[in-house]
Structure formats: structure tokens, C-alpha cells
Design a protein around this ligand. Structure first.
Ligand SMILES: *[C@@H]1O[C@H](CO)[C@@H](O)[C@H](O)[C@H]1NC(C)=O
Ligand SMILES: *[C@@H]1O[C@H](CO)[C@@H](O)[C@H](O)[C@H]1NC(C)=O
Ligand SMILES: *[C@@H]1O[C@H](CO)[C@@H](O)[C@H](O)[C@H]1NC(C)=O
Ligand SMILES: *[C@@H]1O[C@H](CO)[C@@H](O)[C@H](O)[C@H]1NC(C)=O
Ligand SMILES: *[C@@H]1O[C@H](CO)[C@@H](O)[C@H](O)[C@H]1NC(C)=O
Length: 460
């Protein structure tokens, strides 16, 4: 929309690279085609740096489109851009579109395999692309992709000279941060964006329960929210509440200072717009309150005016691979979350590992290993690593599990108080707060230092 899409002038080539399905065992000898995008318009050969986006759980072209920062700095750094797709997502499907059916194949969907894919791809590019042999490579990623870029530098310091891990919750694992912080931040975003906004959302859960206790009430809600599928019973009302909760969380992630289309097309500062419909005082009736909630939800689902009904089975773009991510959450990426209804605006719900594990077992036939991510990636004991920037937005609930303080001189945290989810990786915009401009400038400064260090050590 508007300014940012005019700037989407991408000159990349889309390529495929044959890669091992299993890097860590020798019984499975198959390969699959991994997709990556390459843009070398500004690349200074020989030896110019490579900015390498470590793809996350979705279509890589979508992440590429939402990572304008790399496009904007390519020229000043004389850098080549590479965006590598994560296995099992987008078009990088080892076993074709059927691959989600059997968990035998999903067995190879792990972050360790994905990092090994990236490492092998870079080694190959360096040995086959003329002029790339001595190019320093910097990993860049946001969200889960940011976790991967940080871990990539930790596990393969021989391959990348540094990493920018934007909005990367590398500590959102069992025993590392309090499970309630995530939803506390969501709540703070609503509390600061309008009168009584958080209080009315907190109240809405009970109002939904009240209204949904009769068939007439369920029908009223179905019509008021323009739902595609009617609510028929208590179970549907439960699913409806989950969907609303996820809607508020997504809004907190994409509370950007300008009109944008990341998870959905949205106005600038969307939570402020949402909160305009929720500024009731405490005497409001259940029905009035829920009418406000429906108008608020439609800011998220119908900003463009093109939606004919609201679908409670989806909350975001189809470019994300939900099933694949769910599998990863059910194996390595165990991220405890909880609510208490007091410090947050949600219904109280404890973190229950056993219940989660049982659900995973029913769906995928596997059980999560709660402590594995901490064991394999170091948890909070990462001081021995170097050259990683962790940037976090103060509005972003994922900052709860992020690195928000400086660990050492070269494990640096950059805070962006007015930033939502990886705002720094997006295209610059006239409405950008000064904190994100400063963050980007500092990030480029570190990139230059790492590149200089790398050149020095390769010539000495
Ligand atoms: C990315 O942007 C290009 C160019 O604007 C567009 O053709 C493509 O559909 C976009 N891809 C996604 C997944 O949004
Ligand atoms: C729900 O119903 C109860 C009992 O009638 C009432 O006290 C309460 O005010 C209603 N609404 C909310 C939001 O709690
Ligand atoms: C979305 O907005 C358009 C335009 O205002 C309206 O005609 C339509 O009914 C809305 N859709 C829903 C689901 O509310
Ligand atoms: C709602 O979303 C689900 C999941 O994306 C999809 O399968 C279904 O067809 C959608 N329903 C309607 C009525 O659009
Ligand atoms: C970490 O150190 C850098 C460089 O000195 C500084 O700019 C930044 O504000 C520090 N981060 C935090 C969270 O204090």
C-alpha cells in the first residue's frame, strides 16, 4: 500500500539448490531442492560482503518483501543479498506437498537441519560464484529467522562473520523467562493505546460467555461478527475466544507506525484504531461491549473493506506455514506461555506442559523435548559467542523472550521502544520513530566493523 509498495523494486533471481535431506545421519541419502533468492545488483566483486537472510517458517519471497532494510543497505555496503528458504516451507519441500502427512518425513524438519542447509549452501556459493570466495557473510533474520541467524553465528562462526537477530526470542524456552511476560506486553500495548482498552478486552471474555449461554445469543454474535461459520455451542464459543485472543496478539506484533501489510493490511498504529471502538466506561452492557469488540476485530480483518465474512480458523496471511511451525513447537521449539487475567487482559491459563505434549502426540505422534533447545543452543549461557546483534521492539510481545541487555562488547542488544515485531528489518518510512532509525544506523556500523575484521584476518 502507498509508499512502501512503490519501493518494492526487486531484482532477484530465484534459484534451487540440491541439498541433503539428513545432514546428521548416513542412512537417508536423499536430496531435495531448496529455494533461495539472489540479488547481486550492488555487489562489489571480488570479495564484497554477502547479507544472508536465514529464512523462517514460510514462503521466502514474502520475507524477502518484508525485509526492505537489506535492500536499502545493499548499495552502501556493496553487498550481495541472498534469501534462503527454510526447508519444508514455501517451495522447499523435501517430499512434495504431501510431506506433512507422515511424521516419518517431518522428522527432518528441525532448526539444526535448517542451519546445516544454510551452511552447505553458503559453502557452495563461495566455491562456485566467481568473486565470492573471500566474501564475508553476515546472517540476518527476524523472529524465528532471527533465532536462526543468531544460532547460525554460534554454530558456524567459520561461515558467517556476524549476525543480526531481530525480534528473536531465543530465550522463550522453559525455565529461561517468566511464561506470563509475553501476554503482559500485549496488554501494555492496548493499555497505552486508548481509554479503558485493556480493561474492556479483559471484560469481554465474560461477556462472550454470558451472551453465548443461549442459542439466540450465539446467533446474535454470529451476525454481529459476520462470521463465515455460525457459532453453535459452548465449544464453538471457546474456539471463538481463542481466535480473538490470537487476533489481539497479532495486532501487538504488527503495531507499526504506518499503514502496512504484514500479517494483514492495516492502518498506521492499528491498536489505536482498534481501541477507539473499545473506549467504554464500566456501565456498558454485554451486547454493547461485544458490538465494540466486533468493530475492533474488523479493523484487523476488514481494513480494506473486501472481506465478506470473518473466518475464525485463520488469523494471518497464508504465506506462513502454520502446520510446519506447529510441528516444530511440538518437538524442539517449546515456548511456554501463560496468563493470569490480572497482569494481562486474558482469561487465566497456566502453562501445562503435559497437556501440550498430549496434544502433540495426538496430532503428530511425537512428544516435545522441553529442554533440548536450551541444551543445543546454550540457553542463557552464551557469553563465549561473538558478533551478534539482538534487536527488540518494546511493543513486540516476542521481546519477552529476547536478549534485551548487552551481554558482552560483541553480543549487543539494541532496544527500539516504539517498535513492534522486527520493525528495523522493514523498509524505512517517513513515520519511522527516531529509535528505529538509530537502530538501523548502529546495525550498519556493526556490519562494517565485522566486514573490516574479516578482511583483516583473511589478509594476515
Ligand atoms: C513479493 O513482491 C513481489 C513484487 O512486488 C510480488 O510479485 C510477490 O507476489 C510478493 N510475494 C509475496 C509472497 O508477497
Ligand atoms: C455476565 O453475567 C453476570 C451474571 O448475570 C453479570 O453479573 C455480569 O455483569 C455479566 N457481564 C460481565 C462482563 O461480567
Ligand atoms: C467489510 O467492509 C465493507 C466496506 O465497509 C463492508 O461492506 C463489509 O460488509 C465488511 N465485511 C464484514 C465481514 O464486516
Ligand atoms: C476458513 O479458513 C480455513 C483455513 O484457512 C479454510 O480452510 C476455510 O476454507 C475458510 N473458510 C471460509 C468460509 O472461507
Ligand atoms: C548496548 O551497547 C550499545 C553500544 O554501546 C548501546 O548502543 C546500546 O544501547 C546498549 N544496549 C542496551 C540494551 O543497553
Amino acid at each position: 500500500m502507498g509508499l512502501s509498495s512503490l519501493k518494492l523494486l526487486f531484482y532477484f533471481v530465484s534459484c534451487f539448490y540440491l541439498i541433503q535431506i539428513d545432514h546428521f545421519g548416513f542412512l537417508e541419502d536423499g536430496t531435495f531442492k531448496q529455494r533461495y533468492l539472489m540479488a547481486d545488483k550492488h555487489w562489489k566483486q571480488p570479495g564484497g560482503p554477502v547479507l544472508f537472510y536465514t529464512g523462517n517458517e514460510g514462503d521466502i519471497t514474502w520475507f524477502c518483501n518484508n525485509t526492505g532494510f537489506m535492500w536499502e543497505i545493499a548499495e552502501e555496503l556493496g553487498a550481495m543479498l541472498v534469501f534462503a528458504e527454510h526447508r519444508y516451507y514455501g517451495e522447499s519441500l523435501p517430499f512434495g506437498p504431501d510431506s506433512y502427512r507422515g511424521s516419518k518425513h517431518l522428522n527432518y524438519l528441525t532448526s539444526e537441519q535448517a542451519l546445516a542447509d544454510f551452511a552447505v549452501l553458503i559453502q557452495d556459493l563461495k566455491s562456485t560464484l566467481p568473486g565470492a570466495q573471500h566474501s564475508p557473510v553476515i546472517a540476518v533474520g527476524g523472529s524465528y529467522g532471527g533465532m536462526l541467524s543468531a544460532w547460525f553465528r554460534m554454530k558456524y562462526p567459520n561461515i558467517v562473520v556476524g549476525a543480526l537477530a531481530s525480534s528473536a526470542p531465543i530465550w522463550q524456552f522453559p525455565g529461561m523467562v517468566p511464561c506470563g511476560d509475553f501476554y503482559k506486553i500485549v496488554t501494555q500495548d492496548f493499555a497505552r493505546s486508548g481509554y479503558n482498552c485493556d480493561a474492556n478486552i479483559r471484560k469481554s471474555w465474560k461477556a462472550i460467555e454470558n451472551v453465548s449461554s443461549t442459542a439466540a445469543g450465539l446467533q446474535w454474535m454470529t451476525e454481529e461478527f459476520s462470521l463465515c461459520t455460525p457459532l453453535k455451542n459452548k465449544n464453538d464459543a471457546f474456539g471463538f475466544k481463542n481466535w480473538l485472543q490470537e487476533t489481539w496478539v497479532n495486532l501487538a506484533m504488527v503495531d507499526y507506525p504506518y499503514e502496512a501489510n504484514f500479517l494483514q493490511p492495516l492502518p498506521r498504529w492499528p491498536i489505536q484504531v482498534v481501541c477507539k471502538y473499545l473506549a467504554f466506561d464500566s456501565t456498558v452492557s454485554d451486547y454493547q461491549l461485544l458490538r465494540g469488540v466486533s468493530q475492533a476485530a474488523k479493523v484487523y480483518y476488514n481494513y480494506t473493506g473486501s472481506s465478506s465474512c470473518l473466518n475464525t480458523s485463520q488469523t494471518a496471511t497464508g504465506s506462513l506455514g502454520f502446520l510446519g511451525w506447529y510441528y516444530q513447537a511440538c518437538t524442539e521449539m517449546v515456548m511456554p506461555m501463560c496468563t493470569d487475567g490480572v497482569h494481562d487482559m486474558f482469561e487465566p491459563e497456566e502453562w501445562n506442559f503435559q497437556a501440550f505434549s498430549d496434544e502433540c502426540n495426538i496430532i503428530f505422534g511425537v512428544r516435545p523435548r522441553a529442554d533440548w533447545a536450551g541444551t543445543v543452543y546454550g540457553g542463557k549461557d552464551i557469553t563465549s559467542h561473538s558478533n551478534i546483534i539482538f534487536s527488540n521492539g518494546g511493543l513486540d510481545p516476542w521481546s519477552a523472550g529476547g536478549v534485551t541487555y548487552n551481554i558482552t562488547d560483541s553480543l549487543v542488544s539494541i532496544m527500539i521502544p516504539d517498535g513492534a515485531h522486527h520493525l528495523d528489518l522493514r523498509y524505512s518510512n517517513d513515520h519511522d520513530p527516531p529509535s528505529v532509525r538509530a537502530a538501523r544506523a548502529l546495525e550498519v556500523k556493526y556490519f562494517r566493523e565485522w566486514i573490516k575484521q574479516a578482511k583483516k584476518s583473511s589478509t594476515s
